[in-house]
Design a protein around this ligand. Structure first.
Ligand SMILES: [Zn+2]
Length: 495
């Protein structure tokens, strides 16, 4: 019986959609060599030029991280499962030490006589908690004494906010700067149809207050930044990470480590989710797991890759559950553990996490002692520069040129199910993952415009073609088919 390698969703485009691949091997390294020998595009995503495993990819044999066993030499035997787990999408620093000691009192340790009383109305509301010995009057009063800061009121923030409010958390801080869009409603159930166009924070506040008027709500309509994060975090007991981008995720992690707060983590992509509690005082932080983010664009965002609507409901509910357990002082908090959930196959897996003694922020000799520029850390600035050197054409310009009879071939690098939603006339579909293998279908003697939904994947396709020596003239359609719908033909639906 061979060894099974599980391929995560973002990398399945390089395995022809396969989610599991079986190989014969005696070590983890051998198994990965075999895998990348048959799927060569994968190699670039898993290994760097020095042939070492990239930092944003972790490899597990069964539930053990191979970094903590023997690295690539970790033995495997027939029937073992190898998991590739990539990261998914997503103040005054001088006072940091003071902040940490000041906040040493944790709500779970408060004495009974230090806790706020419940009114008769609250007793009636929380009766199903009060009759459980694990919560009881003490636990419910701890919940009332507690405060939780939610970063984001989107897909994950929706169940987190609603369940924590219903459970009786005394004070909740909401951080968001976004506005409710019609495309949010498929999963962000804290917002309703009537809220489209409103600030998310106002919509979320109204819903939470309706669920439980006893909750004190503090709204912070701002983007979380290195300047405001520490000031915000010190005022709360628990931080819940409901973000959807890497710069904010690393910012939340580092600010939690610097202020000593537990970071209740959740992330989602298509139908796969991850959850954990990162709490540097008791276990690893997010950087122990993923020292570096993936290069920009490698892992698509939910706007690009999609997300099953119910998935954030499940992962967000798990985050709410862990938050309540932290407040109550429950024994088995999800520290030192990473939960992986596959909604499509309805499968939960759990991996062991360990603190990395060399972690730059929570390790023995931290090099990050204040918040940094996270956009730069995640390579976002760099990406903008690269993009600006690529030849671009706007939808309006493309239409004009086609109307005047210019010979232009249009390559659509989206997926077939997106092509079904709408197309630009006379475009040829070659999904991004197949672009290099099907390069011979693109005529280098004709001028070529490449497009996708928004312009990100087409830029990657052009970059890949140029690096592979494609000789023809390539231009990226700025804003993708979305811009085509806005500027040229509104009959093409936007999604
Ligand atoms: Zn760490």
């Amino acid at each position: 019986m061979p060894v099974t390698i599980t391929i995560p969703t973002p990398l399945r485009q390089f395995t022809g959609g396969q989610s599991e691949i079986q190989v014969e091997a005696s070590t983890a390294g051998e198994a990965l060599d075999q895998l990348t020998a048959t799927h060569s595009e994968l190699r670039r995503h898993l290994f760097n030029d020095q042939n070492t495993m990239r930092n944003f990819v972790n490899v597990y044999v069964n539930d053990e991280d191979i970094r903590h066993v023997s690295g690539p030499a970790t033995p495997v035997k027939d029937g073992d499962t190898i998991l590739i787990v990539p990261s998914i999408a997503g103040g005054s620093v001088a006072q940091v030490d003071d902040l940490r000691s000041e906040e040493a009192t944790q709500v779970s340790n408060l004495r009974y006589d230090e806790l706020p009383m419940l009114s008769n109305e609250e007793v009636a509301r929380y009766s199903r908690h009060l009759i459980m010995p694990e919560v009881g009057m003490t636990g419910q009063r701890k919940l009332k004494a507690s405060s939780v800061l939610m970063i984001g009121t989107g897909g994950l923030g929706a169940p987190v906010g609603m369940y924590l409010a219903a459970a009786g958390v005394g004070r909740m801080g909401l951080v968001d700067f976004d506005v409710v869009d019609a495309s949010n409603l498929q999963r962000q159930i804290i917002h309703g149809t009537k809220d489209v166009g409103r600030p998310k924070i106002a919509s979320a506040r109204d819903r939470i207050q309706d669920i439980n008027p006893h909750v004190e709500i503090e709204t912070h309509e701002t983007r979380l930044t290195s300047e405001n994060a520490l000031r915000l975090f010190v005022n709360y007991d628990v931080i819940v990470d409901g973000t959807d981008n890497f710069p904010t995720r690393y910012l939340v992690n580092d600010a939690c480590v610097l202020t000593g707060k537990p970071n209740v983590y959740g992330s989602i992509f298509r139908f796969e989710g991850q959850a954990s509690v990162f709490w540097a005082e008791r276990g690893p932080c997010y950087r122990c797991l993923y020292p570096e983010p993936p290069p920009p664009g490698l892992v698509p965002s939910c706007a690009e890759g999609g997300v099953l609507g119910v998935l954030p409901g499940i992962i967000g509910a798990i985050q709410a559950n862990e938050t309540i357990k932290i407040i109550l002082g429950a024994p088995d908090i999800m520290v030192n553990r990473l939960l992986l959930f596959d909604a499509w196959r309805m499968r939960f897996r759990e991996l062991k996490l360990r603190k990395n003694p060399d972690c730059p922020v929570c390790g023995d000799n931290p090099t990050i002692t204040e918040l940094i520029d996270y956009e730069q850390f995640c390579g976002i600035t760099q990406q903008t520069e690269t993009k600006s050197t690529m030849e671009e054409i706007t939808a309006t310009q493309l239409k004009q040129r086609l109307d005047q009879g210019d010979d232009i071939q249009i390559i659509d690098v989206r997926e077939p199910h997106e092509y079904e939603i709408g197309q630009i006339p006379n475009s040829k579909l070659i999904p991004l993952g197949q672009v290099l293998n099907r390069m011979n279908e693109i005529d280098p003697d004709r001028e070529t415009v490449v497009h996708c939904k928004m312009g990100g994947r087409s830029a990657k396709a052009i970059d890949a073609l140029q690096r592979s020596g494609f000789p023809g003239k390539l231009a990226n359609l700025k804003g993708g088919i979305t811009a085509w719908s806005d500027e040229v033909d509104p009959r093409v639906p936007k999604y």
